[in-house]
Design a protein around this ligand. Structure first.
Ligand code: F6P
Length: 332
């Protein structure tokens, strides 16, 4: 094998750059050429290849975002789009492709594997919702960003003795809310995986007030929206709904903070950089061994490869013990 390519796809995640660096430099170490594909699958279809060498990835290990840019490509869902991508990869002499992204990106990549281009996926999404890996790149940084915000909100929440409802990302997953809630000492964590009753939330807040708590933080994952939005405007975020309900039911003053895309930016933590470096290096080795159609992940601290078909069959399980622990510790 002489040439491989690398792309980033889907929502960006801090640490993607560290993964690109690891792919390019591991390939350089083994004397392989690397092409970068700009804008994910869109760039594959539109022939947006750039040459990458160990110097082109200097000074990016600490940067959020992705130097290769990212996109969600509708065109790649079509058979014509996929055929064009395969044709461009073949013409560029690419024998293996590293796809850094979420499981939607890996599903797209499977079409290329079926057409004979070896693919290795690297899980990168702040949501941490990809099965067969304990963590995906970007998650740790996001949790730290959210915890930092919670620390700041605590200051004003205590001064004014209010309830703060903070909405975090996680379209279908409560991972960010659950980890940040436990690390940030939130009084209540609402996640899509648990059908919590808002009346119970109110009772918890009232009991905290009776215990002398000067404020409360309620962390809501955006994915909870579906559970709460029945009969309400779809533009309304889950956090506003929760805050209104709590105010009406308890009489406490509430405020809402929706964190949005600040959660996707920022310098990756050391954990994310290390994970990205390990996965990037292993992805290149897998391609050199001729093993495609796989995702590399971390399972109990070991790097493990799993066939993509297996990844697609599974659901990422959430350890609800974390959720319970956050509530137990905050209820005293
Ligand atoms: O990458 C995952 C994610 O950050 C989700 O948590 C969020 O719902 C979504 O992406 C937002 O996507 P976009 O940036 O396309 O609005």
């Amino acid at each position: 094998m002489e040439t491989i390519a690398v792309l980033t796809s889907g929502g960006d995640a801090p640490g993607m750059n560290a993964a690109i660096r690891a792919v390019v430099r591991t390939a350089g170490y083994h004397r392989l050429s690397v092409l970068g594909v700009m804008r994910g699958f869109h760039g594959l279809i539109h022939d947006e290849f750039i040459e990458l060498n160990p110097r082109s990835v200097a000074d990016i290990i600490h940067r959020g975002g992705t130097i290769l840019k990212s996109a969600r490509s509708e065109e790649f869902r079509t058979t014509e789009g996929q055929a064009k991508a395969v044709e461009n990869l073949r013409r560029a002499g690419v024998e293996g492709l590293v796809v850094i992204g979420g499981d939607g990106s890996f599903r797209g990549a499977m079409r290329l594997q079926e057409a004979g281009i070896n693919i290795v996926g690297i899980p990168a999404t702040i949501d941490n919702d990809i099965p067969c890996t304990d963590f995906s790149i970007g998650f740790d940084t996001t949790v730290n960003t959210v915890v930092e915000v919670i620390n700041k909100i605590r200051d004003t929440a205590t001064s004014h003795e209010r309830i703060y409802v903070v909405e975090v990302m996680g379209r279908h997953s409560g991972y960010i809310a659950m980890y940040a809630g436990l690390a940030g000492g939130a009084e209540t964590v609402l996640i899509p995986e648990v059908d919590d009753s808002l009346d119970e939330v109110c009772e918890r807040l009232i009991s905290g007030y009776r215990l002398g708590k000067a404020h409360s933080i309620v962390l809501v994952a955006e994915g909870v929206g579906g559970n709460f939005k029945a009969g309400r405007s779809l533009n309304e975020s889950s956090a506003f709904h929760v805050a209104d309900y709590v105010r009406e039911k308890t009489g406490f003053e509430t405020r809402v903070t929706v964190l949005g895309h600040i959660q996707r930016g920022g310098n990756p933590t050391a954990n994310d950089r290390i994970l990205a470096s390990r996965l990037g290096a292993r992805a290149v080795e897998m391609l050199m061994e001729g093993r495609g159609g796989c995702m590399v992940g971390v399972v109990h601290t070991e790097i493990k490869a799993t066939p993509l078909e297996e990844v697609f069959k599974q659901e990422k399980a959430l350890d609800l013990g974390f959720h319970q622990l956050a509530h137990i510790l905050a209820s005293q």
